[in-house]
Design a binder for this molecule. Structure first.
Ligand code: PMP
Length: 281
């Protein structure tokens, strides 16, 4: 594991931040997880763009150069000689004596942690996984990728305890996304996914799937759908940087479609995998 703290390489055991860091005390920070395939970054620029937008949303002013952050991400992967890696980026408003108001003078804490990727087992992609549904108890600004992830962690833990891979959120019966992925359904060869508004994270993988759908000339609508539509779908899949494109074949114990990954899902996975072998940006 390679760690850079505020732009400097530090030993893992020495990589520490203040007890008064606002990320620690208030969850006052943002993060990104970027995937590296065979040494190539998969849409790092899009992740950094989302990070910048999130910072504007929470009035977090970067006091470092985003280009330096980008360089550090690359250095971290090179240092570790990782081929397939995950790169975790976190930026917080920094450390200051505890008070809710933003401190006048403080500098951001920014961290990059690179490690060997831990991909999902191939059989999950071949056979599909199961999911449960849970009420979406998060705040109303889920488009901001803050480090405040307790509702997501609780949901994921519920999934684990139910023997499921993922927990799918719904707000009053409308499916939003999942605890760490976006959700798509297929019905009569049409793809549906929740619109990119404040109720979901605008996933980079979600965006890539939109591009794939366009390339494959699939009918795709960014439109809300209900829990009933989810359970009644022909195909369901979830998307995320570490999840990639993952077929879901069972939701709340109910078999989806034929209980195996559907054709559209498999085509999208195939196209996605091509991109992982070429994209380098
Ligand atoms: N939604 C949530 C709540 C997530 O945590 C994630 C993973 N970061 C995603 C969606 C997928 O986003 P991405 O494709 O950018 O990894």
């Amino acid at each position: 594991t390679v760690v850079y703290l505020n732009g400097k390489r530090v030993d893992y055991s020495d990589a520490k931040v203040s007890v008064e860091d606002r990320g620690f005390q208030f969850g006052d920070g943002l993060y990104e997880v970027v995937r590296v395939y065979e040494g190539r970054f998969f849409y790092l620029d899009r992740h950094l763009e989302r990070l910048k937008k999130g910072a504007q949303e929470i009035y977090l002013k970067f006091d470092f150069d985003i280009e330096d952050l980008k360089e550090v991400c690359k250095k971290a992967v090179a240092d570790g000689e990782f081929k397939d890696a995950s790169v975790y980026i976190q930026v917080t408003r920094g450390a200051a004596p505890r008070q809710h108001n933003f401190p006048e003078k403080t500098s951001c804490t920014w961290v990059v942690i690179a490690r060997e990727a831990n991909p999902q087992p191939e059989e999950y992609y071949e056979n599909g996984v199961s999911a449960i549904t849970v009420p979406d108890e998060r705040w109303m600004r889920c488009n901001v990728k803050t480090v405040q992830l307790i509702p997501n962690c609780i949901a994921k833990e519920k999934a684990k305890r139910a023997g499921a891979f993922e927990a799918i959120f719904h707000r009053g019966g409308i499916v939003t996304e999942a605890s760490s992925s976006n959700v798509f359904i297929v019905k009569s060869n049409k793809l549906l996914t929740h619109p990119a508004n404040n109720f979901i994270l605008h996933g980079i993988t979600r965006g890539v799937v939109l591009e794939i759908a366009e390339k494959l000339d699939l009918e795709l609508r960014e439109e809300t759908f209900s829990l009933d539509q989810l359970l009644d779908a022909d195909e369901v899949f979830i998307t995320g940087t570490m999840t990639e494109v993952m077929p879901v074949v069972k939701v709340d114990g109910k078999i989806i479609g034929d209980g195996v990954p559907g054709n559209l899902t498999r085509n999208i996975i195939e196209e996605f995998r091509k991109l992982t072998k070429t994209v380098d940006q």
